[in-house]
Design a protein around this ligand. Structure first.
Ligand SMILES: Cc1cc2nc3c(=O)[nH]c(=O)nc-3n(C[C@H](O)[C@H](O)[C@H](O)COP(=O)(O)OP(=O)(O)OC[C@H]3O[C@@H](n4cnc5c(N)ncnc54)[C@H](O)[C@@H]3O)c2cc1C
Ligand code: SF4
Length: 618
């Protein structure tokens, strides 16, 4: 690999203006994202702009080099991890080009939080609000069809994409204008919709774009009846390529098709996105339940109210959160086995509060709930309520050595009415397999974030996780659910895509062939698995004893004093990517803030300890 990387660097010298790193350290630091997977790339490229990226893509196509786009690397499924060249779009591509009255044009590397702040000044917002929004990029959100806790009311980002600027595998650029800025089909209640617009005038298309459009049109029209049948019974499904809603009277909506394709069909450099007004009023409340089952059953009552979000935290999450108990933090009595954090947006604060009290009274009288925090529109009280969730999740990540909450099976979706049956079966399965786990459930949409606590440093737990994934995913599919409802497919879920898609799967393969005939764009994801590697390329465990000590081996210009205990401590980094934040007071590293380079992020420094421990000779 070293020779090939050097050749790449030499070939691109003078052609590629951005940063190109082929050294072992950079390659290792980009070998992981927020998932449990690790694949060392051949090179890391940080293009200056779209023209620079086009040069790189053209070269990679000519030399059969795989290319994987990367934003903030917060994917939980290994979506941005791959062999070949990792293209980091989070450093440049930072412009918010234009904020119009009901849309925004933004480049791919802009962080969601930065965009949200700019839009808020105009009284607008991009409605889907992922929990990773402080750090994740717009490009990553589009590529994963991101959504937030407010999915029930505001839908996926797919419903907000009006136009994409993309580059195909050969470096040709295209402007893909969605034939209509359609209303959100998942929308509940008022959402600041601007309605259907007339189709945009056709733009001059390059030859590759024309070929792709022709190929996709033929494929979809030949299989119109097949693509009309969704493989799942839940509408909250982002698995595979979504073909059922890209056919329009004005032709195929290529922009919409690309959303959620995880960089496997083309690379997005900029987007025009529909925005909606900030809510007139927003109330939050916190409810407690004596059992997880009772809280899950309350979901049907919740869905009768016009709620925006309803997140259920299980007892394990709550117990972790109880530990820090800051002064002023909301108290959660030990008798509470599950808590519901509810958000209600409305036209005015009064209306939001009224709806909040309506829900609280119903759940307290009919479902045995207790009110842990009254409906409130006060930002400080809302921050205290949100902190319950944040502290619980952080508490989970901060667990010491040993079993840790793992992503990999964390993105399950079942029809909301099946949720009680699913949770009962899931708990029974976990008990049978003697696995403890934490659950965060989006009650309105039937989405379950399952985090089994296993120790991937132990060989037996690496096998147990795969076995558990197989059983849990089978259960989900039996109930008409999806293995990927919010996060990406990536390495984690590609092995189950074919089973979920059924007769649609050959169409996915054909679609991939039309866009990327050489399988160079993020290969092995969605359409796969890649037979040349194991289905789950799990990260390398920490070596029991370091292979060699660094100091005094004579190969380093500086003497490095290295403490193996530090590696064990650094290995506790959950890879969540929170340290890439620019938000106060969480932001951490001035070097990262200055350079925006992943290599300078605290996460990379933690990874460096692991690398030094396992491979001191490198
Ligand atoms: C703590 C935590 C909470 C999370 N909460 C949510 C949540 O609430 N909702 C949610 O949807 N997700 C969530 N995620 C998952 C993840 O943050 C999202 O998928 C996010 O949109 C990824 O953005 P990113 O910039 O980190 O992209 P990356 O992880 O870097 O990349 C993700 C995928 O997008 C592709 N990609 C990136 N940029 C481009 C581009 N410009 N063109 C083409 N392809 C590209 C990559 O190749 C990869 O396939 C969470 C993750 C963490 C760690
Ligand atoms: S260093 Fe901390 S914030 Fe950064 S990825 Fe690791 S655990 Fe998350």
């Amino acid at each position: 690999m070293a020779q090939a990387s050097t050749t790449l660097a030499e070939d691109l010298r003078g052609l590629f203006r951005g940063m190109l790193r082929v050294d072992a350290v950079a390659r290792r630091l980009y070998a992981r994202d927020a998932s449990i997977f690790e694949v060392e790339p051949q090179a890391v490229a940080i293009p200056q702009d779209a023209d620079d990226l086009a040069v790189l893509l053209k070269y990679c196509q000519e030399h059969q080099l795989p290319v994987t786009a990367r934003g903030a690397g917060t994917g939980l499924a290994g979506e941005s991890v791959g062999a070949g060249v990792i293209v980091d779009l989070s450093v440049h591509f930072q412009a918010i080009r234009q904020i119009a009255s009901d849309s925004v044009t933004v480049e791919a590397g802009v962080r969601y939080a930065a965009l949200a702040a700019a839009l808020a000044e105009q009284g607008r917002r991009l409605a889907p609000d992922p929990a990773s929004g402080d750090v994740c990029t717009i490009g990553g959100m589009i590529a994963t069809n991101a959504s937030g806790s407010n999915l029930y009311r505001h839908g996926y980002i797919r419903d907000y994409v009006q136009e994409l600027e993309v580059l195909w595998d050969n470096g040709e650029s295209a402007r893909l204008i969605s034939p209509a800025a359609r209303p959100c089909p998942l929308k509940r209640g008022e959402s600041g919709e601007t309605g259907v617009r007339p189709a945009a005038p056709p733009a001059a298309e390059g030859p590759r774009t024309a070929d792709i459009r022709r190929g996709v049109t033929e494929l979809l029209s030949a299989h119109r009846h097949l693509i009309a049948c969704r493989p799942t019974a839940t509408p909250y499904d982002r698995c595979g390529y979504r073909l059922d809603d890209v056919w329009t009277p004005a032709g195929v909506d290529l922009a919409r098709l690309l959303v959620g394709s995880e960089g496997t069909l083309g690379l997005v450099t900029a987007a025009r996105l529909r925005t909606i007004p900030l809510p007139g009023g927003c109330a939050m409340l916190l409810l407690g339940f004596a059992s997880l089952e009772a809280a899950v059953r309350a979901g049907s009552d919740c869905r009768r109210f016009p709620l925006t979000a309803c997140d259920l935290l299980d007892q394990r999450l709550l117990s972790l959160r109880r530990r820090p108990a800051h002064p002023g933090a909301l108290a959660i009595p030990p008798s509470v086995a599950a808590a519901l954090l509810v958000t209600i947006e409305a036209d005015s604060p009064e209306q939001a509060l009224e709806r909040g009290w309506g829900l609280a009274n119903t759940l307290c009288s009919a479902a045995g709930a207790v009110l842990l925090a009254e409906p409130s529109c006060d930002p400080q009280q809302q921050a205290r309520m949100r902190a319950v969730r944040q502290e619980a999740v952080r508490g989970l990540y901060a667990l010491g050595p040993g079993p840790r909450p793992l992503p990999g099976i964390e993105d399950l979706g079942v029809p909301a009415e099946e949720l009680p049956a699913f949770i009962a079966a899931l708990l029974e399965l976990l008990q049978r397999r003697e696995v403890t786990a934490a659950l965060l459930i989006h009650l309105l949409t039937g989405q379950v974030h399952l985090r089994p606590l296993l120790d991937l440093e132990q060989p037996q737990d690496r096998v147990r996780l795969w076995t558990l994934a197989e059983e849990v995913h089978s259960l989900v599919l039996r109930l008409g659910g999806t293995v990927s409802t919010q996060h990406g497919v990536g390495w984690a879920r590609t092995p189950w895509v074919e089973r979920q898609a059924g007769p649609l799967y050959p169409l996915y393969r054909e679609l991939k062939r039309i866009f990327d005939p050489r399988h160079l764009l993020n290969p092995g994801k969605i359409v796969g698995p890649d037979p040349s590697r194991e289905a789950w390329p799990l990260y390398e465990p920490l070596a029991q004893t370091p292979a060699a000590t660094l100091s005094g081996n004579g190969r380093r210009p500086l003497p490095v004093v290295f403490d193996p205990a530090a590696a064990a401590e650094a290995a506790r980094c959950s890879r969540c990517g929170d340290c890439r934040t620019h938000q106060l007071p969480q932001r951490m590293c001035p070097l990262f803030r200055l350079s925006e380079l992943e290599l300078a992020a605290p996460r990379a420094k933690a990874e460096l300890f692991r690398l030094l421990h396992n491979h001191p000779q490198r």
